[in-house]
Design a protein around this ligand. Structure first.
Ligand code: COA
Length: 273
């Protein structure tokens, strides 16, 4: 089995597991994790025997989004601070999150996001890129990029518009407000909300009900639905968002928002209520 620094991958027959594995940071995504998620997606694509993959997080949260303590001071592991690297290197970094989301969305296997604790920012977008979603009661969602002084990138806005519609996408991205699993189910973002102690069993049950169906019509259905979603709301120009991110995150006002946000949310005693 391939090994990763920030992930675990396992298989049990036709069922695969992709586990974010930085529990001490609530599975916050650094650049290594973004690259490894894309690599893991390609690894599963080579395994024709694995038909469903459950995407989950180790520890007490699914994913706390971009790693705000990493080397980047831009508020995103996909945009290094200006001046720290060549334009080419910065542009490459700015495409990482989109490449991750595209790789997950385009996996041959059916993906089920198993959500608990928190699904924040890029963690929310990882879940958006999965085919089906099951969350534990009490899971908290929010998308803080705008408060961090940057636009939501990684193809997140077109994907959210597909799933939630334009007005709700605008509200959640512009206000950065928190919402819970019950509201996310009402938005039709989640397929199931289950008691926390039933989460793993319910995700497996959903996987089993897909695995009980013939393989080829299932993957054709996935491709059909993805093609229809792309036709409704194309995300083909999302590559431009990385370039926008480089520009916006070099602005002093954006850097100030990011520093203020990190001080309020990550420092002990400075927590947001
Ligand atoms: N990047 C880096 N480290 C993070 C992190 C992130 N996005 N989110 C959490 N962590 C770290 C915390 O700093 C803390 O580390 P410490 O134990 O060394 O102090 C640890 O993970 C646990 O987080 P903590 O804040 O103590 O947990 P909590 O349950 O009180 O709060 C959150 C959970 C998710 C509400 C809070 O951690 C948070 O708001 N994180 C930032 C989320 C965010 O804005 N992400 C950016 C998305 S673009």
């Amino acid at each position: 089995m391939t090994s990763f620094e920030t992930l675990r991958i396992d298989t049990e027959g036709e069922l695969g597991f992709l586990t974010l594995n930085r529990p001490d940071r609530l599975n916050a995504m650094n650049g290594v994790m973004l690259d490894e998620l894309a690599q893991a997606a390609h690894w599963f694509d080579q395994r024709l025997d694995v038909r469903v993959v459950i995407v989950r997080g180790a520890g007490r949260a699914f994913c706390a989004g971009a790693d705000l303590k990493g080397a980047s001071s831009s508020g995103s592991p996909s945009a290094p601070p200006p001046g720290s690297a060549s334009w080419q290197a910065r542009r490459e970094a700015s495409q990482r999150g989109l490449r991750m989301a595209n790789a997950i969305e385009q996996m041959r296997a059916v993906t089920i996001a198993q959500l608990h604790g928190y699904a924040v920012g890029g963690g929310f977008l990882l879940a958006v890129s999965c085919d089906l979603r099951v969350a534990a009661e009490g899971t908290t969602f929010f998308i803080p990029e705008v408060e961090l002084g940057i636009p939501l990138t990684w193809g997140g806005v077109p994907r959210m518009v597909r799933e939630l519609g334009p007005a709700l996408t605008k509200e959640l991205v512009m206000t950065c407000r928190r919402f819970d699993a019950r509201e996310a189910k009402e938005m039709r973002f989640l397929n199931r909300v289950v008691p926390a102690d039933r989460l793993e069993a319910e995700a497996r049950a959903l996987a089993d009900s897909v695995l009980a169906m013939p393989a080829v019509p299932v993957v054709i259905t996935k491709d059909q639905a993805n093609a229809a979603a792309e036709a409704m709301v194309p995300a083909r120009t999302a590559y431009l968002e990385g370039d926008v991110l480089i520009g916006v995150s070099s602005d002093p006002a954006s850097q100030e928002s990011r520093a203020d946000y990190a001080a309020r949310t990550l420092t002990k005693g400075g927590k947001k209520s």
